[in-house]
Write a protein that binds this ligand. Structure first.
Ligand code: AMP
Length: 195
């Protein structure tokens, strides 16, 4: 299996790049944010539970998020691998993912960190809020709360994966195709090292 993690603050372009990488390597794109939004739209019990966190720009509790992610992976029995987008977001989630994948005789090949300056993130998210009607993207204060949440809880994952020798940093500013090209170079190199 080829499993990749896309890491970066909200607005870094994780979703865009995750879709492109999933298509390039024939992997499943798994976005926890998209799945939560789907549950909210369908008004499932999970959707009702997560709404209050998402509306405040806060992370959904680890236990809820990890259970949903594991179920989504388990459902796709024929997958060649996954591009995880927006997961993990805490060290506890990263540890749970490592354990879960180890139980399936696989693991993370690479974690790709997209770097984008804060001012650009805010501008990108406000634009997306207008285009896609995402309420958590429409309010600048909420956006700044999510960036702060990223800095305190998610940014430490860079160190977590760097210690495993799996982290690659890429500039997330510029042409979408060029950024994908850089990510693909990192992944191809990792694939050739792993035979
Ligand atoms: P995203 O679409 O990835 O920006 O996620 C939107 C929102 O969904 C986040 O602000 C969180 O409230 C929630 N969320 C998505 N993924 C996670 C995760 N891995 N852990 C906790 N909350 C998450």
């Amino acid at each position: 299996m080829i499993n990749l993690v896309l890491l970066g603050p909200p607005g870094a372009g994780k979703g865009t790049q995750a879709k492109r990488l999933a298509a390039h390597y024939d992997l499943e794109h798994l976005s926890t944010g998209d799945r939560f939004r789907h549950h909210m739209a369908e008004q499932t019990p999970l959707g009702k539970l997560v709404r209050c966190y998402m509306d405040k720009g806060q992370l959904v509790p680890d236990s809820v998020t990890i259970a949903m992610l594991e179920e989504a992976v388990a459902q796709r029995v024929d997958a060649r691998g996954f591009v995880f987008d927006g997961f993990p977001r805490t060290v506890a989630q990263a540890e749970a993912l490592d354990d879960f994948l180890a139980g399936r005789d696989t693991g993370i090949l690479r974690t790709l960190l997209l770097r984008v300056p804060d001012a650009l993130l805010v501008a990108r998210l406000l634009e997306r809020g207008g285009e896609q009607g995402r309420t958590d993207d429409a309010d600048e204060r909420l956006i700044r709360d999510r960036i702060a949440e990223y800095e305190s809880k998610t940014a430490p994952l860079a160190g977590y994966y760097a210690r495993q020798g799996k982290l690659e940093r890429t500039d997330g500013v510029g042409d979408i195709e060029q950024i994908s090209g850089h990510l693909i170079q990192h992944i191809d190199k990792a694939l050739s090292e792993h035979g």
